[in-house]
Write a protein that binds this ligand. Structure first.
Ligand SMILES: [Cu+2]
Length: 187
């Protein structure tokens, strides 16, 4: 029984010296490999490091920027209007700020998968800050919930109202968006 070492030795001899035919084939293969590697080195471009950083920033568009709620009965409580916000570009965009013009109005972004942003209201009146960081991916459409509470200003605060929702994005060409809605608060 040959040991492992003698087996290796025999194979070595076979490849190098003892068998001319095999040696020629091995040399041929080796030469072919060298030519192949040489050609590859000459013809292939140096590989660029993969860079997945988006080369731009997206923007947003709204299904509506101005709407009328009509009569808003106090008895029905908070009125919620759904607006669609879409990023039609191939780059993500970030909503960096959102606030409303009055403490009776709040706004929240809801993604299709159910993920919700913080609720934003009027800055400085218990509404916290406008700052947020909500990414709208390329091609993504989200829902903006705009909540108006007709009871927020007390039982006598009937009549016409106009409120604004302001949204800021990280798009330097068009960062600020304003939505306006109106209605008539009734008892
Ligand atoms: Cu108000």
């Amino acid at each position: 029984m040959p040991t492992d070492k003698t087996t290796v030795f025999r194979i070595f001899n076979l490849i190098t010296m003892k068998n001319n035919q095999t040696g020629t084939i091995v040399l041929g293969i080796a030469a072919g490999a060298l030519v192949f590697l040489g050609l590859k080195a000459v013809t292939s471009q140096p590989e660029q490091a993969q860079d997945n950083t988006p080369k731009g920033v997206g923007t947003i568009e709204f299904s509506e920027t101005n709407w009328e709620l009509g009569e808003i009965p106090m008895s029905k409580g908070v009125n919620t209007k759904e607006i669609k916000i879409k990023n039609p570009t191939e780059f993500p965009v970030q909503i960096t700020g959102m606030q409303t013009s009055c403490m009776c109005t709040s706004a929240q972004i809801v993604h299709a998968n159910g993920k919700k942003s913080a609720v934003k209201g009027m800055v400085g009146h218990g509404g916290g800050t406008a700052t947020m960081l909500e990414t709208i991916n390329a091609g993504e459409e989200v829902t903006l919930l705009v909540n108006f509470d007709p009871n927020a200003h007390g039982p006598d605060a009937t009549g016409p109202i106009t409120r604004d929702v302001s949204i800021t994005t990280n798009n330097p060409e068009k960062s600020d968006w304003d939505l306006t809605f109106g209605g008539i608060v009734i008892k």
